[in-house]
Design a protein. Structure first.
Length: 240
């Protein structure tokens, strides 16, 4: 490919990017300003615990098929304040992914695309710290779409519940990721079972978000005794 062609295609890609609406710009800027929350006590902070279901785990070739999220203030889960959307994915669903999350091509064929739903999700996350289990995966796909569509990414603070669990385990007397020579399972279902959290539908984005919120709730109850009291403290131990 010639240099002139590369420049031309680069310009075409730039032109194809949408201009974010004023509301979306405000929401993205509000998430960026969420770093102002760092000085808050954890019990006063707002959190959005979220999960995504995907066509696969390869960031470059796969895409989002559903997003689920619940809101928390401190350790209180707001059951009635949730977000759940099916998404018409940008890439094809495979038989393997359908077996995992049970979302079929027929179900999503008439659903809104990610460009329609992303502004709703970003607004839902406004003024909040984001929380997820292995959340870098979910954030990676959300940011891929934001970058593709608007040349923007989420700049909000985010914490990972599996990292918080590992930090807490190290603080306990016998805290170690090893038991009888085996590495401890850190997936969501395993940790939920360890904390006797009821299992919802596995690989349903909203149920997994709610399960993660309950796990996060358990951790928040332990953190003050370990000296973790502010959002800044929480980010320090749970950052990506």
């Amino acid at each position: 490919m010639t240099l002139a062609m590369e420049i031309f295609l680069g310009r075409r890609r730039q032109e194809a990017r949408r201009v974010p609406s004023k509301a979306l710009e405000d929401s993205l800027d509000a998430l960026k300003d969420s770093y102002d929350l760092l000085g808050l006590m954890i019990e006063d902070a707002r959190f959005v615990v979220f999960d995504t279901e995907l066509t696969g785990l390869k960031l470059r070739k796969d895409s989002i098929v559903s997003i689920g999220a619940v809101k928390m203030v401190g350790g209180r889960i707001h059951l009635g304040d949730y977000f759940y959307r099916l998404v018409r994915p940008e890439t094809a669903l495979t038989g393997r992914s359908v077996l995992i999350h049970e979302i079929t091509p027929e179900e999503v064929s008439t659903c809104p695309d990610i460009e329609t739903l992303l502004p709703e999700f970003i607004e839902f996350c406004r003024d909040s710290v984001l929380v997820g289990h292995f959340v870098s995966v979910d954030l990676g796909f959300v940011n891929k779409e934001l970058k593709r569509l608007y040349n923007r990414t989420l700049q909000s603070p985010a914490v990972d519940t599996q990292r918080i669990y590992r930090w807490l385990a190290q603080q306990r007397e016998n805290g170690c990721a090893y038991h009888e020579g085996r590495i401890e399972e850190l997936d969501l279902a395993s940790l939920a079972g360890r904390y006797r959290i009821p299992m919802g539908r596995a690989h349903n984005a909203l149920d997994d978000a709610y399960m993660t919120a309950q796990l996060f709730q358990r951790f928040l109850a332990e953190l003050p005794g370990a000296g973790i009291r502010t959002v800044a403290d929480l980010i320090r131990i749970g950052r990506l």
